[in-house]
Design a protein around this ligand. Structure first.
Ligand code: UDP
Length: 239
């Protein structure tokens, strides 16, 4: 097996829930540290890593605390939640010897720098991990869409969607013991089977840009490294 990575630049989408660990909400420090270790390992292989971080562990615009709120206002709150997660993630990265730069899609300059594409590309070339915060900067969108958008903008070879399960199944593996894992799916197959891998906007963008998505478990130790080494891991959605 070849020792060099199969991918030069990746976009990793981490949901807010991924940061919770077994907690009911918020940020679980041990979980975040473990995740950063996995990211550090792939950067040591020379892979350029950009991260889009979600906010669902702190605030979700369309549910919970936002019931009865103006949707756009709630969504801005959701985007601010992603900034908090990005700060926590970048802090954990710095503590583990990675150099991280947070870039926000909404102006919040006293806290983090704004997203500027050439700057992001420069950071990646310098081996820094770029954490994209505040989603797309627009209400009515999701951080999955931000992952597709930033992935396309920075020329990532692959969008990695980190989940708690190790890929896309024929049914919910937590509920159905007969559920089987798809190792590969085309965008059309995934759409026809209504598998809900990402929201429709994110999915359409990846499909149009021929940007493959790999769904894998961030909890499984070494999975991220196996993905960048081109090994079979999780589910690949291809154009
Ligand atoms: N959000 C938004 N526009 C974006 C990205 C996110 O309005 O481009 C808001 C939206 O309210 C969403 C919340 O931020 O519910 C958190 O993002 P998301 O649900 O994608 O986070 P995740 O589920 O990945 O933790």
């Amino acid at each position: 097996m070849s020792q060099s990575p199969a991918h030069k630049r990746i976009l990793l989408k981490l949901s807010g829930e991924a940061l919770m660990g077994d907690d009911a909400f918020g940020i679980n420090r041990a979980t975040i540290v473990r995740m950063v270790e996995e990211i550090a390992e792939v950067t040591r292989l020379g892979v350029e890593v950009a991260v889009v971080i979600g906010g669902g562990n702190i605030f979700r615009g369309v549910a919970g605390g936002s019931v009865g709120m103006d949707r756009a206002t709630a969504d801005y709150m959701g985007m601010l939640a992603t900034v908090m997660n990005a700060l926590a993630l970048a802090d954990a990265m710095d503590k583990q010897g990675l150099t991280a730069r947070v870039m926000s899609a909404i102006g919040i300059e006293q806290v983090v720098e704004p997203y500027v594409r050439p700057k992001a590309l420069q950071y990646l070339e310098e081996g820094k991990v770029v954490v994209f915060a505040a989603g797309t900067g627009n209400p009515f969108f999701t951080t999955d869409t931000a992952a597709a958008l930033r992935g396309a903008e920075i020329g990532a070879e692959l969008v990695l969607k980190a989940t708690k399960v190790d890929g896309v199944y024929t049914a919910d593996p937590m509920k159905d013991p007969n559920a089987t894992l798809y190792t590969k799916l085309s965008f059309d197959e995934a759409m026809n089977r209504n598998l809900g891998i990402m929201d429709a906007t994110a999915f359409a963008l990846c499909r149009d840009q021929k940007l493959p998505i790999r769904v894998f478990s961030i909890i499984k130790s070494g999975a991220l490294k196996r993905v960048v080494m081109g090994e079979e891991e999780g589910t690949l959605v291809y154009a």
